[in-house]
Design a protein around this ligand. Structure first.
Ligand SMILES: Cc1cc2nc3c(=O)[nH]c(=O)nc-3n(C[C@H](O)[C@H](O)[C@H](O)COP(=O)(O)O)c2cc1C
Length: 390
């Protein structure tokens, strides 16, 4: 079983991720992992935190001589900001620690602050927001890079782009080559393949900066090179669409998910929505009239590109704080403000890629298994032969 866990607080020493279930022999490039971490930190509209952090993964277990060895993988990513928090968030309750705390007593609407404080019985939401923060996704992206390394061995590639920021939308289909070029850019504005639309998106973020507000948007993740047959229709929890939905909505600030062209489909007639089936006798393979389903039918990959979108609400912390209540006095008070992002849609796309890659790697290994890459490959190739002769 490909399984991962993460630990770490936003302003703690480090983030930690562990991963079990990757077969031995998968080539791992630290440079590729760090490139993914760098991509997660980019985009116009990020707050001051990203200027402090330059994320670098340290792999401390499970990889030797640039290959997985089948044992659990452990990754550490240090928080450079920790230097400023050693006395505010110490592990041990030192003398005078009480005076150095930075308590959050005015919970921010749209955050886990209030519900978390009540649930965990803290009158300081600090302990809640430290873990609820999307800083945690750094660890997910590192794990996603491992998942991508496995998928890459089988010609499967996962990329993303930004479809909308606030009300500005890209209203055309995107070519795969555009996504590849986007992923190679060394300067990231808003992660949109169309520079004209991207400039309009930037104007929306500028307006939010000007007015002390925030914006959300939509990202799209596309996976190419998938075999037919990952996931299954047989039980609710083996359906890949459901598993992807959970992975995407588990991301901080993501409130909606779309598989294929779901919203458009819901407003159309059935005759216009389903992807017709054709047969190419010369190539001896089935072909589809379109890919409105986003590569999934009945929770099973159908060999077309997998297309999943995530919808982000605007960031909850506003420079112009919203109404709240002080946890101590119970009097009306403006919500706490801490350095915050204004727009994170491109970063969310990168995190979305990681989450999709993780779910695909899980489904891939469920189907093809193997303790070592060569065994996984044999199983995979034998299945491809079966599909070819179908
Ligand atoms: C990449 C990324 C960065 C984020 N940065 C911030 C931030 O700087 N300030 C903030 O208030 N929320 C930020 N969020 C969103 C919050 O973490 C999230 O809204 C909050 O934890 C509550 O969870 P929920 O919105 O999923 O209910 C970010 C989300 C992502 C995906």
């Amino acid at each position: 079983m490909f399984r991962f866990e993460t630990a770490g607080e936003s302003h703690g020493e480090c983030l930690v991720a562990t991963l079990t279930g990757l077969p031995a022999g998968i080539p791992i490039s630290l440079q590729a992992v760090n490139r993914e971490l760098w991509r997660r930190q980019q985009g116009y509209g990020r707050g001051g935190r990203m200027k402090i952090e330059t994320d670098r993964a340290e792999i401390v277990a499970g990889v030797r001589h640039s290959k997985t060895i089948g044992s659990p993988i452990a990754i550490v990513i240090h928080n450079q900001d920790w230097a400023n928090w050693t006395e505010i968030l110490p592990v041990e309750d030192l003398d005078g620690a009480e005076d150095r705390r930075k308590p959050v007593t005015r919970p921010r609407p749209g955050h886990a602050d209030l519900a978390g404080a009540i649930k965990y019985n803290f009158h300081d939401a600090r302990y809640i927001l430290e873990r609820a923060s999307a800083r945690e996704t750094t660890a997910r992206v590192a794990i996603g890079a491992m998942a991508k390394a496995l998928l890459g061995e089988f010609g499967i590639c996962v990329l993303s782009h930004v479809v909308a920021v606030g009300s500005e939308r890209l209203d055309r289909a995107v070519e795969w080559e555009e996504l590849v070029a986007l992923s190679r850019r060394d300067e990231v504005l808003l992660g949109c393949v169309d520079r004209v639309v991207e400039a309009r998106m930037k104007a929306v973020v500028d307006e939010a900066f000007r007015t002390g507000d925030t914006v959300g948007g939509v990202f799209e993740v596309v996976a190419r090179g998938l075999p037919i047959g990952l996931g299954s229709h047989v039980t609710w929890d083996s359906r890949l669409d459901g598993r992807l939905a959970q992975a995407i909505v588990s991301m901080q600030a993501v409130k909606g998910v779309e598989v294929g062209y779901a919203a458009e489909g819901a407003a159309s007639f059935g005759s216009k929505v389903q992807d017709t089936i054709h047969y190419d006798r010369e190539g001896r393979r089935f072909r589809r009239g379109a890919n409105r389903a986003g590569g999934l039918e009945g929770g099973i990959t159908n060999g077309q590109d997998l297309v999943v979108r995530g919808m982000l609400k605007p960031i909850s912390t506003l420079r112009r704080p919203l109404e709240s209540v002080d946890l101590e006095t119970r009097e009306p008070a403006l919500a706490a403000y801490e350095r915050s992002d204004v727009c994170v849609v491109p970063a969310a796309g990168v995190i979305g890629e990681a989450m999709v890659a993780i779910v695909l790697a899980q489904a891939f290994l469920e189907k093809f298994g193997g303790d070592a890459l060569a065994e996984t490959r044999r199983n995979y190739e034998s299945y491809l032969e079966q599909v070819k002769n179908f």
